[in-house]
Write a protein that binds this ligand. Structure first.
Ligand SMILES: Cc1cc2nc3c(=O)[nH]c(=O)nc-3n(C[C@H](O)[C@H](O)[C@H](O)COP(=O)(O)O)c2cc1C
Length: 393
């Protein structure tokens, strides 16, 4: 049985015809209206999202697009951006735009990164290998999930652009130490420790579509642990997940800093008081994130948390943000409210599902061009010029 057969039998792909088709034509296999659909016709991120729904298996779609409980925070992550107005400016020479930003001692061509997302082979047979190619072609930094379906070494070997590694601290600390060592050895440039997931939220869409890792897919980086395979989801009897450590505290952050030379960022800071503790803990940066609203429902939209966190951090370390970013104007708003850079999650997974590496590249390019357009229309020619006055008060 080939891997393609395995994926198909596991219900991970919409149809054999979708995969048999050339990548550029994959989205055409199940167009919503019956008319042929070419990825070249997809112009913005919502277009890709709609197309992704037609090519992904129902289980993969529910896993990626779903969130916790009533999915209120999922909605708020988006809606909060809609309520923020931008401040247009006229008659400023915007013929030269400089979108470069310095982050952790390195220059990024533009302030948009790919957030870590698990199990990418659910969305495309090449999974993380396609994403890393797409990210590299778009000149974007990818943050690889601990729960990738390709090993971190294989992804690094395929990379043409610097990578960061997202760490889920495992209950087995010796294994965690080894994972960190492997990420260092493979050349990852930062360690992004996810702190917003001591337990998973109740993700009913996932549960209804019977989310599981189909045969042939595993948590490739966890091989050697019993938890490398299987769904590992909470049950009605137990909220804990064997792949996450509910005992993680600030002491462990100090320990992690002591075992690595890599800069450590904390992902999932939402409460401003935690931002203060993060600065005191000496981390290199924080990512304001609510995990794409997949854990605590009815917590605030991340763009609403951002200014409070920024105020506590007082410029001592970079503050990044993710959650609900779908437009270039959202990126300008996040930077105007104090973010150094932003990350996107679901959008590039939809690009991956529709058109593999090319889809990932297009998602980044589309968002980047929208961002540049919004910068120009707000009269800002550099990242430093995007300050709080870009927001209409
Ligand atoms: C399908 C999926 C899988 C995710 N897996 C991880 C993960 O393995 N580690 C992690 O820190 N965050 C994970 N996240 C959260 C993302 O890194 C990010 O915070 C979130 O997707 C941002 O919101 P957005 O999807 O609205 O852009 C995941 C999100 C999604 C949608």
């Amino acid at each position: 049985m080939t891997r393609r057969d395995l994926l198909r039998s596991a219900g991970m792909i919409a149809s054999a015809a979708v995969l048999a088709a050339k990548p550029a034509a994959r989205a055409a296999a199940a167009p919503p209206s019956g008319a042929a659909l070419d990825p070249a016709d997809l112009l913005d991120l919502p277009d890709f999202e709609r197309a992704a729904k037609t090519v992904m298996s129902p289980m993969a779609w529910d896993y990626v697009s779903g969130a916790a409980a009533d999915e209120l925070t999922l909605r708020w992550n988006h809606e909060a951006y809609e309520h923020i107005r931008l401040n247009p400016r006229a008659l400023i020479d915007v013929s030269q735009l400089d979108t470069r930003v310095r982050l952790l001692g390195r220059e990024l061509a533009f302030p948009i990164l790919l957030a870590p997302t698990a199990y990418q082979k659910l969305s495309h047979p090449d999974g993380e290998l396609a994403t890393v190619k797409g990210a590299g072609d778009a000149d974007a930094t990818m943050v690889l999930s601990s729960f990738s379906t390709v090993t971190l070494e294989e992804v690094a070997a395929a990379a043409s652009h610097p990578l960061w590694f997202q760490l889920y601290v495992q209950p087995d600390r010796d294994f965690t130490r080894e994972l960190v060592r492997r990420a260092e050895a493979a050349g990852y440039q930062a360690l992004v420790v996810t702190i917003d997931t001591p337990v998973l939220g109740p993700r009913y869409r996932e549960l209804r579509s019977k989310f599981t890792l189909p045969p042939g897919l595993d948590r490739a980086n966890l091989r050697g642990l019993a938890t490398a395979t299987g769904a590992r989801r909470p049950t009605e009897q137990n909220i804990f997940s064997a792949t996450l450590d509910p005992k993680l505290t600030w002491k462990d952050i100090a320990w992690l800093r002591s075992i690595t030379k890599l800069p450590v960022l904390l992902k999932g800071v939402q409460n401003p008081d935690d931002a203060t503790l993060a600065v005191e803990a000496g981390v290199a940066g924080i990512i304001v994130s609510n995990h794409g609203a997949r854990n605590l429902d009815t917590g605030p939209a991340t763009i609403d948390s951002l200014p409070r966190v920024v105020a506590k951090v007082e410029g001592k370390i970079p503050v990044l943000v993710d959650g609900g970013i779908r437009r270039g104007t959202d990126v300008v708003k996040a930077l105007g409210l104090g973010a150094t850079a932003v990350l996107i999650g679901r959008p590039y997974v939809y690009g991956l599902a529709v058109d593999g590496a090319r889809g990932v590249t297009r998602i980044v390019n589309i968002l980047r061009r929208e961002f540049e357009s919004a910068m120009a229309l707000c009269g800002r020619t550099s990242i430093a010029a995007i300050d709080s006055s870009v927001i209409w008060r």
